[in-house]
Design a protein around this ligand. Sequence first.
Ligand SMILES: CC/C=C\CC(=O)SCCNC(=O)CCNC(=O)[C@H](O)C(C)(C)COP(=O)(O)OP(=O)(O)OC[C@H]1O[C@@H](n2cnc3c(N)ncnc32)[C@H](O)[C@@H]1OP(=O)(O)O
Length: 727
Amino acid sequence: MAATRRLTHSVAVITLNNPPVNALSYSLRRSIIKEFVDASKDSSVEAIVLCGANGKFCAGADIKEFGSTSVDSVSLNHINDTIESCKKPVVAAIEGVALGGGLELALSCHYRVANVQSLVGLPEVLIGMIPAAGGTQRLPRLIGIPAALDMIVRGRHVPATEALQLGILDEVVKTNTIDAAVQMAMKVLGQPLENRRLGTLPVQAIPNVDTFLDTAVKRAKGQFRGAQAPLACIEAVKATLHLPFLKGVENERVLTASLWSTGQPQAQQYAFFSEREVGKWTTPSGGKWDKVPPKPIQTAAVIGLGTMGRGIVTSLSKANIPVIAIEQDAKQLDQGRQAVNALLDREVEKLKLQGKTSVPGNGLGSVKFTVDLGDLHSVDLIIEAVYENMQLKKEIFRKLSSIAKPDAFLCTNTSGLNVDEIASVTNRPQQVIGTHFFSPANIMRLLEVVRGQKTSLTTIATAMSLGKTLGKVAVLVGNCPLFVGNRMLGPYLEQVNYLLEEGSYPEEIDQALEEFGFAMGPCRMMDLAGLDVGWRSRMEQGLTGTNAPPGAPVRQRNGKRYSPLADLLCESGRFGQKTGKGWYQYEKAGGRIAKPDPWVRDFLDKYRRTHQIARHQANSQEIQDRCMFALINEGFRVLEDSIASGPEDIDVIYNNGYGFPKHRGGPMYYAANVGLPKVLSTLENYSKANPDVPSMKPAFLLRKLAAVGGPPIKEWRTQLGNTSSKL
Ligand SMILES: CC/C=C\CC(=O)SCCNC(=O)CCNC(=O)[C@H](O)C(C)(C)COP(=O)(O)OP(=O)(O)OC[C@H]1O[C@@H](n2cnc3c(N)ncnc32)[C@H](O)[C@@H]1OP(=O)(O)O
């Protein structure tokens, strides 16, 4: 971890070296300032270039050091001020990334030259912080308030070509970035530096700035639901209008301290590192992510071009993997082709915006559409994405056994069916694995990789590596009904139904959980997913419809409480958005604007009267507690069953697949934060009052952890002890 210095002509080239991303750790910062001060004093040096080792400029402050004391004696602000005030020209040579403190360092240089492939940005907001080394003060002075605010509040990684247009960069080159920076440094020798010192410049005035900022605050409140960092970012940028530079930087410090006291940065940083940890999978048999090499996937196929299949084809093509897309007849193939082509056209537009049009074939893998399964004989990996029907899936896997080449991997995109049962009909169960994509599959980041009993380590490694190639966060889970995410959703939605029965209306429940921070409340989510999906499954399980036990009480099944509300809605043709009616009404079938429906209120009121249920209108806190604690309790059971290997895995699944607010870290991190004894006692109270709701009976592991005072989440794994692992 050091900065090194060499001389090229009369230019000192200082290289940041702290693998893997040259994060600005305390020791790197110390070394930078030493090399920089030496270079500025050295009379043989006329100019200075700052660059990063291993093709990366710098990914910012070392996040691992946040919260630790005694590392602030060489602050990044001090380095930046020293660089900016240097009398010799300083040029940043940006390769790979210049993010967070990395871009702030570059902004304090007098010039910036970047490689065309590089990305710049101030993504601190994504880890619950604001840029606090002058970034909120220098960037608006360079590119104006609107463009700076957009970058800072969204934490966007901006491609070099766009950064050049915005005025962040002075030059973009295809190769030899450091040489180009040295050339730039020599070219500007002798030119005045005053107007290159961003901290000394005024910020450009914009008309109606107050209205503009108020709108930004309103938008951020709506979009980020309870996350404080986006609001603090706006506050920090606003300061450029009325505070001199140094006061603005001091304000950054105050805002950072105040953010830290909310606990949100800690939660988001936990989420950041958890996403990286889940890639480092292990299995009880000794399989490990860095010991088992994945097989390269050069070609892939997707069977079924419904909503999921279309997204998966697009995702593979985006990753430049040639895909064969299969449907069962010409009509459905044609519909699928049109839908996929529309999605791919949008991807091309995005690539154009990123200046990547020069990549051969636009950087997208080719897609061949066919109805002939025989075309799959030479592909490396096949993803079946037909609808959730075990018999249909088995029929396809039987056929694939004889068609696919012997070493091809067979994946099933199921949201909860038994992967072992599907694998059992093939001649290669060791090469069968579940790949549970989330809709829309070309956008959603989560991939649950479901390991069957016979799935080989190579198959796991290959599926996990494919997830990474597709830009997803892949989490290895065990095989049980509904896996992790959907299994936990069961008790959560059960509570939603009970709250509706007891007297809450859909919009009240959604409001409470959206206030909690969920991207979408559960009733809107059910409407979006389609209420008929659960209804069919309940019919198959014999809980409702013609298979239901004759004479069963309406609100009980097998001695447990049961809510028939969603069944009744489906029986009256209300399947959600697709039919224009569900828990809400929509402007048309397929419409997206949810409006409270008087019909639903009337239906719920009548239902309560029929079943003589006294109305209990739960407040937001009760709604949040019951739904969240039901979800968390099932999370503990998932851990007990070793379906997920740790709480981080569950949190990553919920943050990336279910719209859980990242500023709360994830459901299990939230539980640790609330305090496990409190979660336990709330569940115990509910359970005592409602013995017919077994999902709320506190999980054994929750009791065990609460009994030792609720240790920090990092220690939970050691408490898991010997479980019969499904991983
Ligand atoms: C006064 C305060 C001043 C400044 C504030 C800041 O600068 S806050 C930090 C702002 N920067 C960021 O938020 C960037 C975070 N990193 C990323 O977005 C990605 O890691 C990156 C750089 C785009 C690289 O992505 P890639 O997919 O290539 O790799 P991966 O994410 O797996 O990261 C590789 C390993 O590097 C570790 N790491 C990344 N960034 C940091 C960081 N800033 N500090 C510490 N460590 C970092 C990451 O955890 C990975 O570690 P590993 O042990 O290999 O899992």
